[in-house]
Design a protein around this ligand. Structure first.
Ligand SMILES: Cc1cc2nc3c(=O)[nH]c(=O)nc-3n(C[C@H](O)[C@H](O)[C@H](O)COP(=O)(O)OP(=O)(O)OC[C@H]3O[C@@H](n4cnc5c(N)ncnc54)[C@H](O)[C@@H]3O)c2cc1C
Length: 249
């Protein structure tokens, strides 16, 4: 791209990454931003603190599944710092002492949410279906009242504000069920291993570059192939028909 000049509007992550790639390819790049700083929604606040502490006003968490940003981090010689070793949780004050909820608090929420998450998964996690409409009518606070949640569970739900930027009375059950339905994705592999362990006929089909969203947003030919696998499996194990495609050892 030598000899080409590009003007990038916006010095957020997208603009800066685009500018970096264009520059690598030889283009002359200028970036403008409406603000007087770069970074966009990524913004570390350092000012009011006295002892070098800082606060993140925007994005700060990088998941291992965010492969592109992980590549960029390595390419510019940065490194990530592991946080939340016990997973996302909540801090409660019990008789004046701070206690970290721990994994079990999160697991308790997951357990109580199972009926909603199961219904949502069965509806293929569609946001335009009846299950979504019914979930969307209830706030997390209403749900906690409905199930007679103990204080500990309510505290965990309040702790979700760090994740959803909303308190239980502002957070829809749809967003919560969707999050848990997504998080459950790696469970597919656990299920596969469990079934193998029980010596049940099991086949895991992996699609390259696809996520748990394959059935909704995956590449069309992957979605067709997924359906073929499902139907093939049912033919073989429910109807006793079909070929040897699933000869399981
Ligand atoms: C509170 C919060 C927490 C988040 N946490 C995470 C997280 O933990 N992990 C994660 O991966 N993501 C997180 N995100 C999302 C992440 O911040 C964004 O996906 C990402 O920063 C978006 O980058 P961007 O370059 O597309 O947009 P932006 O960062 O919004 O950048 C756009 C830039 O364009 C400028 N601009 C807009 N219009 C014009 C114009 N007309 N002329 C000139 N300049 C203009 C803006 O000033 C801005 O600087 C979080 C977001 C928020 C708000």
């Amino acid at each position: 791209m030598r000899g080409i000049s590009v003007l990038v509007a916006g010095a957020g992550l997208a603009g800066l990454t685009a500018a970096r790639e264009l520059t690598t390819k030889g283009a002359r790049v200028a970036i403008i931003d409406a603000r007087d700083r770069v970074g966009g929604r990524v913004f570390t606040v350092r000012d009011p603190f006295l002892r070098g502490e800082h606060a993140e006003a925007g994005a700060d968490l990088i998941d291992e599944s965010q492969t592109e940003i992980c590549k960029l981090i390595a390419a510019v010689g940065l490194r990530t710092a592991k946080i939340l070793p016990g997973g996302f949780t909540a801090v409660r004050e019990v008789r004046g002492r701070r206690r970290i909820g721990g994994k079990h608090a999160w697991q308790e929420l997951e357990k109580r949410l199972r009926p909603e998450v199961r219904a949502f998964r069965l509806s293929e996690q569609r946001w335009d279906g009846g299950v979504a409409a019914s979930l969307g009518r209830e706030s997390v606070a209403q749900w906690l009242d409905r199930i007679g949640a103990p204080q500990g569970l309510r505290d965990v739900a309040i702790g979700l504000r760090g994740f959803f930027l909303a308190d239980p009375d502002e957070l829809s059950m749809l967003a919560l069920a969707d999050q848990f339905a997504e998080e459950g994705a790696p469970g597919g592999e656990q299920m596969f291993r469990a079934l193998k362990y029980l010596k049940k006929p099991t086949v895991m089909v992996r699609f390259p570059d696809e996520s748990h969203d394959l059935s909704r947003t995956g590449k069309p030919w992957h979605r067709v192939e997924r359906l073929r696998h499902l139907v093939g499996w049912f033919d073989k194990y429910l109807l006793n028909q079909g070929g040897e495609a699933y000869e399981v050892q």
